[in-house]
Ligand binder design. Sequence first.
Ligand code: SME
Length: 158
Amino acid sequence: MAEDLVIIKSESKEQQYQSLLPQIEGLLTGEDDLIANLANVAAALKEQFGWLWIGFYLVKQDELVLGPFQGPVACTRIRKGKGVCGAAWLEAKTFIVPDVEEFPGHIACSSASRSEIVLPLIKDGEVVGVLDADSADLSAFDEVDQEYLTKIIALISL
Ligand code: SME
């Protein structure tokens, strides 16, 4: 496995994802440890996009519990239906939040977060966790992020 990522910064967001996707696939190949893989996916996304926060929460009993991430320290536990992450768990769907102040019940782990995307991790029809990305910019995430982050999480053996 190559240890260094090739990071392209000057191209479009779509081109950045297209460059990153096969590299993430390479990082995951031959490794079946979930925590190791989530950690590398978070690191690769942070290195490419430089978002404020990127990471995972995993379902444990009746809560989401903080998993591998990159960025400032974060809330450790989120209940089902609470915040954007809890909503993505409850509804088993992706939420794109252009302005976190407009999302009822948003949980502000960092006051610097302005926009957010959360995607559910689904195994055998059940949500087993979420991928959460936060940006210090408003409206940082759109359908391009949803499309490629969906492809990235599909590469992870849950
Ligand atoms: N903002 C999230 C909480 C997690 S942090 O952003 C890392 C939410 O509302 O669920």
